[in-house]
Design a protein around this ligand. Sequence first.
Ligand code: UN1
Length: 496
Amino acid sequence: MSAHAPSYGLLIGGEWKTPAGSATFSTRSPIDREPVGHFVAGRPEDVTSAVDAASAAFPGWRSTPAPARGTILLRAAEILRRRKEEVAQLVTREMGKVIAEGRGDVQESIDFIEYMAGEGRRLAGETIPSELHSKFCLTVRQPKGVVACITPWNFPTSIPNWKIAAALICGNTVVFKPASNTARCAAEIVRVYEEAGVPPGVLNFVTGSGGVVGNALIDDPRVRTISFTGGVATGREVYVRGAQGLKMVHLELGGKNPVIVMDDANLDLALDGVVFGAFGTAGQRCTATSRLILHAGIYERFLARLVERVGKLRIGDPVDPKIDVGPVASADQEQKILDYIEIGRREGATVALGGKKLTGGAYDLGYFIQPTIFEARHGMRITQEEIFGPVLSVIKVGDYAEAVRVANDVEFGLSSAIYTRDVNRAFQAIDDLEAGITYINAPTIGAEVQLPFGGVKNTGNGGREAGSVAIDEFTEIKSVFIDFSNRLQKAQIDTI
Ligand code: UN1
């Protein structure tokens, strides 16, 4: 089935433009390689125009009361709720996640926009005592100015919204550059904000490559904050480049998320969690379970059940609600995952299930890989590097201490989980696991928007998205001292 593939321009200063002479590119469905949308390949001068527009719109948006900004966001959430099914279908078509997860992607967007709309009536500062008499101290939050939001393809609506809604409620103006292979989902999100009444220039949209559009955004001295989600190699480049301009660079990067299953766990529950965590979204989440750290006492039993369960997953057209696992998102993704499967084999890991590209019939049209389970040893590359696909490495451990050592001995630290019925051990794991997120008796995926999201070590550079702390990324804090003593008071001098 080939659906209509519309063309989109760039949104600059409230107008959709297709600059004369610009090159174009298309997104294609990973299901069947049919075109989904056609887009402008933005050039550096387009980025300059977008930043011009965002700069011009900033004073007006900054001075719009935050609750009024929140009203516009609420309207955006309502529009998206109305369009939920249509946008979810688009997510599934353009990116390939199964339709239940396509709906989840859009729902996560709605949830977060609503949450941030409420933030318009908080945006709280602090009151803090002064060391002097008749002096009042407080902090206020102020917007940063023009911010750049650079987003990945795996959550093509919700990650953009995590950034855009938080940036807008704080009074910033935005230039948004989405991943090129999910540009239509991104364009539809921009239309939602447009329809909701975001004023011209407040949200600008420039499609194109990271090397051209992304770099031009990072280099523009008027862009003070860059919010980036993507791979660790690109994240490092973004950080270094942004550092030249002394910019605040917010990075959400990779994961190598472990699930520990102890011998006292509810194994039925753990099985459900591992299957969903590892093979949901075909493993293409930063939070995906990519390592199963399995206690020796249950190793054979659990692995046998896991292989049986995963072997029954239905792989195919993600639009069909009976399908469990869709295609991976692109030819590049497919190649990278197949390369890692080969690396695992060469390293001597045992393929317990899968390990191949699916071929024949409709599989030949897209990028389908068998859910793959390796019996691996800690230290192999497949247990250390982010694969971002339906590949799970199972590692045997003798006890809790070894499980934690293995869990922590990777460069990343985004999500983590432990299945156990021992309440003391569960609390101990919260202390011990080096990760921004820890789940007890639940899979590594499925974070909720009202909690901070982010990780430690090479997963980022210390920031968090979502939750109420999302506003830290997009506000400057001003300290205010109000002296009502009517005389000169000297801090640090009059006080001793
Ligand atoms: C991501 O993969 O970058 O926690 C985001 C989850 C989702 C978000 C994942 N709510 O799995």
